[in-house]
Design a protein around this ligand. Structure first.
Ligand code: IDP
Ligand code: MG
Length: 138
């Protein structure tokens, strides 16, 4: 079984989409192993997205992700990283497949409703960023 980190971003929390997004997780063979509602400071957001520090959109992205509450989750299942990325859809909702979360709910390229780790290395950084070992159910 693999684990991945999902975020429900501020644009989705603000539009009361937490339940609809968790429903997609639960009905597609992924188990919720940890979940919490948190607000990041700008500094914390910069830490979370430090891999994008050189990108032109880093300032806006970290401003946005710290603009309101987000839900952080650990998802567990077979091929959880790929499975969750497939459920999310392409980064730009205009390119996302029908039936994906980003196609159905995202506002635009930046406010695209959800995050998912892109590799086991990213999970190794992102999971302990949000959760202690005790907070992730066995
Ligand atoms: P991902 O979330 O699909 O893995 P990344 O390339 O890792 O996409 O980008 C991280 C996040 O940064 C995206 O989900 C989106 O919110 C934001 N983002 C990506 N590209 C742009 C851009 O060109 N302009 C503004 N925001 C962007
Ligand atoms: Mg990414």
């Amino acid at each position: 079984m693999e684990e991945t980190v999902a975020l429900i971003k501020p644009d989705a929390v603000e539009r009361n989409l937490i339940g609809k997004i968790v429903e997609r997780i639960e009905s597609n063979g992924l188990e919720v192993a940890a979940m919490k509602l948190v607000s990041l400071t700008k500094k914390e957001a910069e830490g979370f997205y430090k891999v994008h520090a050189a990108r032109p959109f880093y300032g806006e992205l970290t401003e946005y992700i710290s603009s309101g509450p987000i839900v952080a989750l650990v998802l567990r299942g077979e091929n959880a990283i790929t499975k969750w990325r497939d459920l999310m859809g392409a980064t730009n909702p205009e390119n996302a497949e029908p039936g994906t979360i980003r196609k159905d709910f995202a506002v635009n390229l930046e406010k695209n409703s959800v995050h998912g780790s892109d590799s086991p290395e990213s999970v190794s950084y992102e999971l302990p960023f949000f959760f202690s070992a005790m907070e992730v159910v066995k």
